[in-house]
Design a protein around this ligand. Structure first.
Ligand SMILES: [Zn+2]
Length: 416
């Protein structure tokens, strides 16, 4: 438990003006995916100012050899023998959607709203968390454990920056994954498996003999057969049909699939279908593979000319888009600390579970799979917009204050 007077001293030092100023500076530095170098340097400088040990690292592109970006990690050392808490959020921004009414990097600030690309996803939350750390330091808070502040690159490419952290041996005992979650505590998240089915035919479309005709099954029609078995996108795969799972009460309508790619050259003999399955806790890569193999085998029995290669994950064993689902109990120390922090910050009870992030995953999933318990927690309500990504992204300073205060409390409780 955290001493209330000590927390009050920290709260008083979390100043809205500081958060707004930092968030606006971050928004003003453009940082599309894999072009995070400039903002990384800016963040490294801010972290050094707070007395953090800063480590910079290259982040190699998962698909394009030679291409890389960079990210920096800041460690604020505790006095020793306490748990390490990671704060992880991404610096790469969404694609710029048409329809912005302000310039996406001008950082307009009006009536408490900060506008701009990444205002809520994730620069605003990262700014709030860093100001929380600054307030802890200013208040002279003594912590046993370390705070590890990780503004990562390339979240949009399957968490490539965070995967690089893990590969480079960065470890922590807990992680708050700053993602816009309307300051709900996202302790249950879906995972994602991409599946590639590559159908093949022995010849093209001229089939003169009966034998040749019998051996021919158009590769697109093979995919159509599969689609008829897998069912429609964006609805729950019915229980007891082709996919094996136990429904999760925090993730209604999941698991679900979504078709992403069908491709075939005019004169090509193969056709690729790529679809993803958003999984629920309890589902595994192996389990999904077996379910897909069963469907393909059944189709093959119905149509002996069917010829299909199954590739799971779709981009090979190191597929950056493979994510495991995650789940933490309400009484897990990380969830409990955020819950208490939110209550003290707002005087209200937080929503805990899947809530605002149902169907989404984040870098927390990568860390969770690497053995670092993670939750998603951050400012910004995606439901402000008819769809996401959206133009006119914005976040309110009151939300950022809640994020900062809640994070400060969780740090004090977990690292204290
Ligand atoms: Zn995000």
């Amino acid at each position: 438990m955290v001493d209330e007077a000590a927390f009050k001293r920290v709260m008083e030092r979390i100043r809205p003006d500081d958060i707004v100023a930092l968030a606006r500076k971050m928004i003003a530095i453009p940082s599309p995916n894999f072009e995070e170098g400039k903002i990384t340097d800016f963040m490294a400088e801010r972290m050094r100012e707070l007395g953090m040990e800063v480590t910079s690292m290259d982040v190699p592109h998962p698909f394009q050899k030679e291409r890389k970006t960079r990210q920096a990690v800041g460690r604020l050392k505790g006095e020793g023998n306490g748990p390490t808490l990671m704060i992880n959020g991404h610096l790469d921004v969404n694609v710029e959607m048409p329809g912005w009414t302000v310039h996406p990097t001008e950082g307009k600030y009006e009536d408490g709203w900060i506008w701009g690309l990444a205002a809520q996803d994730d620069k605003g939350g990262l700014a709030a968390a860093l100001c929380a750390i600054s307030a802890l330091r200013e208040a002279g808070t003594r912590l046993k454990g370390d705070i590890l502040y990780c503004p990562v690159a390339s979240h949009k490419l399957g968490g490539t920056g965070t995967r690089t952290l893990v590969k480079n041996g960065v470890r922590a005992d807990y992680c708050i994954n700053i993602e816009h979650a309307a300051n709900t505590i996202g302790s249950v998240t879906v995972g994602s498996v991409r599946v590639r089915l590559r159908t093949n035919t022995p010849g093209l479309f001229f089939r003169f003999t009966k034998e040749a005709r019998d051996a021919y099954f158009n590769p697109i029609e093979q995919q159509a057969l599969f689609i008829s078995k897998f069912g429609p996108s964006l609805v729950q795969v019915p229980q007891g049909s082709w996919l094996t799972y136990t429904p999760h009460k925090e993730l209604p309508n999941f698991p679900m699939i979504r078709y992403d790619v069908v491709s075939k050259e005019h004169y090509g003999r193969t056709c690729d279908l790529v679809f993803q399955i958003r999984t629920v806790p309890g589902m595994t890569l192996e389990g999904v593979r077996k379910d897909i193999e069963r469907v393909v085998a059944q189709c093959k029995r119905e149509n002996p000319a069917l010829d299909c290669e199954i590739i799971i994950p779709a981009n090979g064993p190191d597929d950056p888009f493979y994510m495991e689902p995650s789940e933490l109990a309400d009484d897990h120390p990380l969830v409990a600390a955020l819950t208490r922090g939110y209550e003290l910050a707002t005087g209200e009870k937080p929503q805990v579970g899947g809530v605002e992030r149902i169907g989404n995953f984040g870098d927390g999933n990568v860390l969770h799979a690497a053995g670092i318990p993670s939750v998603q927690f951050g400012p910004g309500n995606i439901k402000l917009y008819p769809e996401w990504p959206a133009p006119d992204e914005r976040v309110h300073i009151s939300e950022l204050m809640t994020t900062a205060r809640t994070c400060a409390y969780a740090i004090m409780e977990l690292c204290g």
